[in-house]
Ligand binder design. Structure first.
Ligand SMILES: [Zn+2]
Length: 390
C-alpha cells in the first residue's frame, strides 16, 4: 500500500410432497413435518442461505507467486535484505512448489484443499484473477474489490472519502445487518476507503487504539501498541489488527467482518524478502486464529465463510518483486481463496478468468443478497456460491 504510489435444502417439490407425506405420516412424522416446514419456507419466500456470516480478509500485495509456489529461491539472497540466506532457505525452501507453499501458508492450503475450499489465480493452471482498475496499487484495488467495479476517479492513495458504496456499507444499510458489520485494518487510509462517516461502519485502522473486547486484553494490546517501535507511520503491525478483530468477534459476533492486513506490502517495499515471507506465514496463522475463534462461537460455528484475497500483485525478478504498478508486469494479477459452507465450486481452479471486481458481490451472494442490484457497474459474484431457492 505504500505505493506512491447455499445449500438449497433437498426440498420435496410441491407436487411430490403430498404423496410422500401420506406414505411417511405414520412412521416418519418428524421427517414429514420437517419436509412441510422446508416446503412452506420455500413457497413463502426464500430459503435461508447456508452461510450466516462472512469474514473477508486481505493480505496487501501478497503475490500469487508465493501463494502458489512458496518462497522464491532467487530472492532469498543478501541483496534482498536477507541477512541469513541459508537459515531462510532451511525454513522456507523445499524442492516442490507444493511443499513450499504448504510450509509458507499451511492453514490456507489446508482449508482450500478441504471439501469446503476453493482457490483461484494460479497461472500455472491457467487460472487468472485480474485487477481491472489499470493502476495496480492499493486504494484503487480496495475500491474495486469492495465496491464491485473499478473507478477511474480513484487514482491515488490519498485520504479522500470514497464516493462509492462498499458491499460492507450496502449490507450495513439492511436491517438484518445494521450494526453487525465491522472492519479492522492495518492501513490508516481505510476509514476513507470504507467512508466510515457516511457508512457508519466502525473502522479501526492504523495506530488507533483498540476499544472493543476484553478489558484486560485490550489494555495489554494497547500498551504494546503505544510502546513498540513503529516501523511505519501509516501502517500498524498486523498482530494488533488481527488481535483487535478477534476481540471484536468474541464481543460483538459481527455478521460481516473485514480484516485487512498490511505488512506484506510494506516489507516488500522495504526490500526485505525475509520479512515478507515471515509476515506472510504469520498472517496465515492469524487467519487460522480468526477461523478458530469463529468455530468457538455458536453464532458463527459451521455457518461462516472466509474469503481471502489481495489488492494487487507485484512485479517479478530481483528488483521487480519489491513494488507494483503499471510498469511492473504481474501487478495486474491477484488470487482469491474461499472456504466454509455455501460454496458450490471447490478445489483449485483451472482454466478460468475472474476479476477482482467480482469479490464484492460474492460476499453479498454468500449471505443471500444480490449486490449487482446496487449499481449497473457492479460485477457479478464469482460462480462459486451455491444458489439459494427464492
Ligand atoms: Zn505497495
Amino acid at each position: 500500500m505504500l505505493s506512491i504510489h447455499r445449500t438449497i435444502p433437498q426440498l420435496l417439490s410441491p407436487i411430490t410432497l403430498p404423496i410422500k407425506f401420506s406414505c411417511m405420516l405414520s412412521c416418519m412424522l418428524p421427517f414429514a413435518t420437517l419436509c412441510v416446514q422446508l416446503w412452506l419456507s420455500t413457497v413463502g419466500g426464500c430459503a435461508e442461505p447456508a452461510v450466516t456470516n462472512v469474514v473477508l480478509i486481505t493480505l496487501d500485495g501478497l503475490r500469487g507467486e508465493e501463494v502458489f509456489s512458496g518462497a522464491d529461491q532467487r530472492l532469498m539472497v543478501k541483496e534482498n535484505g536477507v541477512s541469513q540466506p541459508d537459515a531462510l532457505k532451511a525454513k522456507y525452501w523445499r524442492e516442490s512448489a507444493e511443499e513450499r507453499r504448504e510450509i509458507l501458508l499451511p492453514f490456507l492450503w489446508q482449508q482450500c484443499q478441504s471439501n469446503q475450499g476453493w482457490l483461484a489465480g494460479d497461472v500455472q493452471q491457467n487460472s487468472v484473477v485480474q485487477v481491472t482498475n489499470g493502476l495496480y496499487f492499493s486504494y484503487p484495488g480496495y475500491n474495486e474489490l469492495l465496491c464491485g467495479s473499478p473507478d477511474p476517479r480513484v487514482r491515488s492513495n490519498d485520504k479522500k472519502y470514497n464516493q462509492n458504496v462498499t458491499v460492507l456499507e450496502w449490507l450495513n444499510d439492511k436491517p438484518e445487518f445494521k450494526g453487525h458489520v465491522a472492519a479492522y485494518c492495518s492501513w490508516d487510509v481505510f476509514p476513507f476507503i470504507i467512508n466510515d462517516q457516511r457508512s457508519g461502519i466502525p473502522v479501526n485502522a492504523g495506530w488507533q487504539r483498540l476499544t472493543v473486547g476484553d478489558a484486560n486484553r485490550l489494555s495489554a494490546l494497547n500498551l504494546v501498541s503505544d510502546q513498540l517501535f513503529r516501523e511505519w507511520d501509516g501502517v500498524r503491525y498486523d498482530v494488533l489488527t488481527a488481535s483487535g478483530a478477534i476481540e471484536e468477534l468474541k464481543a460483538n459476533h459481527p455478521r460481516v467482518l473485514f480484516v485487512s492486513l498490511g505488512e506484506t506490502d510494506d516489507w516488500a517495499h522495504a526490500g526485505r524478502y525475509d520479512r515478507y515471507l515471515l509476515t506472510s506465514q504469520q498472517n496465515d496463522h492469524f487467519i487460522r486464529l480468526l477461523w478458530e475463534t469463529c468455530q468457538s462461537l455458536p453464532s458463527h460455528q459451521g455457518k461462516t465463510t472466509f474469503i481471502v484475497t489481495s489488492d494487487h500483485g507485484r512485479g517479478d525478478g530481483r528488483e521487480g518483486w519489491k513494488s507494483h504498478g503499471v510498469s511492473l508486469p504481474g501487478s495486474e494479477r491477484i488470487w482469491v481463496a474461499a472456504f466454509g459452507p455455501g460454496l458450490q465450486a471447490t478445489g483449485i481452479d483451472r482454466d478460468h478468468t475472474f476479476q477482482q471486481a467480482q469479490i464484492a458481490a460474492t460476499v453479498a451472494a454468500l449471505l443471500g443478497h444480490d449486490f449487482t442490484q446496487s449499481s449497473p457497474s457492479v460485477q457479478p459474484p464469482l460462480p462459486i456460491v451455491k444458489e439459494v431457492a427464492r
